[in-house]
Design a protein around this ligand. Sequence first.
Ligand SMILES: [Zn+2]
Ligand SMILES: [Zn+2]
Ligand SMILES: [Zn+2]
Length: 140
Amino acid sequence: MSGANQFLLECPVCRAKSLVTGGAKIYCPPCGYEADGTNGAADWVNNVLGIVEQPGHRKRAIHECPACKKEALVAAGSAGGSAKENFICFSCGSRWQDDELLICQECSRLRPADEFEELIICRSSVGFYVCHSCYEKVFK
Ligand SMILES: [Zn+2]
Ligand SMILES: [Zn+2]
Ligand SMILES: [Zn+2]
């Protein structure tokens, strides 16, 4: 997960496949469009996917990035050259496949699947899986 994690996506303004992600901002050299990761993710989801996020509702297309903690992780479908659903962070440029991220049942964030811990609730034989930071909170 380095800053060199750059790849090209469809630009929300000119629709050329020339939008550069990663490095805390996104930009499109041909048309001059530029935004930070959070605003860029919102523009991209609105204009390219056609999804308008409703304030107060659970977000469908933009999530908190597990790597940089910005609200810039986009469920980008097959964009970026992947055959299946993948998640791309418009801020740090990190990228995950669909099955590499799980939603934590405690904090409702997408977290890397290998960070999950099984939480056994007292007097309940049923454990459930939560992300590492929620697990830490419970045992502090
Ligand atoms: Zn453009
Ligand atoms: Zn990120
Ligand atoms: Zn959690």
